[in-house]
Design a binder for this molecule. Sequence first.
Ligand code: Z5A
Length: 206
Amino acid sequence: MSGRLIVFEGGEGAGKTTQIERSQAWLIQKIGNKCAVIATREPGGTDLGKQLRTLLLHGDSIVERAELLLFAADRAQHIDTVIRPALAAGSWVLCDRFTDSTWAYQGAGRGLDRELIAQLNAIATGGLTSDLTLWLDVPVEVGLSRRQGKGDRIEAADLAFHERVRGGFAELAVAEPERIVRIEANGSLDQVEQQIQEAIAAKGFW
Ligand code: Z5A
């Protein structure tokens, strides 16, 4: 069986982390006798990435282009040392956020130049794209209300920023319907899980 990259995207509190755990358990049951199913995330999927994550989420006075470059650095390290080796070994990789987050947060949210973002994503990934991206979509207020605690530097942005981010994901889902599937994430955990399983099964990967 070939390796697959399945990405979970969405705004704040969409339920990605929770659903990745559930999908990993489901996939291990389904295909675990044929290949490994690993879960990872951006930022923070490597040792370097963990340090970058701390800077990105809790650093002071990071200008927008520096933020963009730090996410790209995290991704380059993650791809070369975790994702590509896992795919080459035939593993399935479930990744919490990937290039579409850069498009949505730094592009739609911050308003950085889309051409620049496309170039940086291409440099960071070396051309690797997801086999399937599940966009867990919840209204911004619902996602933010699920947050526990004070929130990090990016979460703390205003409501309008988070609305633009959601709009960015929506644009991508329209532009790339083969790769990106919208999941109605404003439902129960079981309802969301069911849609995700259906979307993965529908790709005919096995
Ligand atoms: N970022 C960026 O700007 N550019 C980039 O290129 C990349 C990232 C890669 C990463 O932080 C930040 O970096 C993120 C985007 C930015 N900033 N923001 N905002 P992160 O990945 O740690 O942040 P997050 O993805 O927003 O984490 P999160 O808030 O934990 O969201 P989540 O993983 O989607 O949700 P969860 O942890 O599974 O669930 C959150 C809570 O909701 C939890 O208590 C659950 O039990 C509950 N939950 C989940 N699903 C449900 C349902 N269906 N009903 C009720 N309650 C639920």
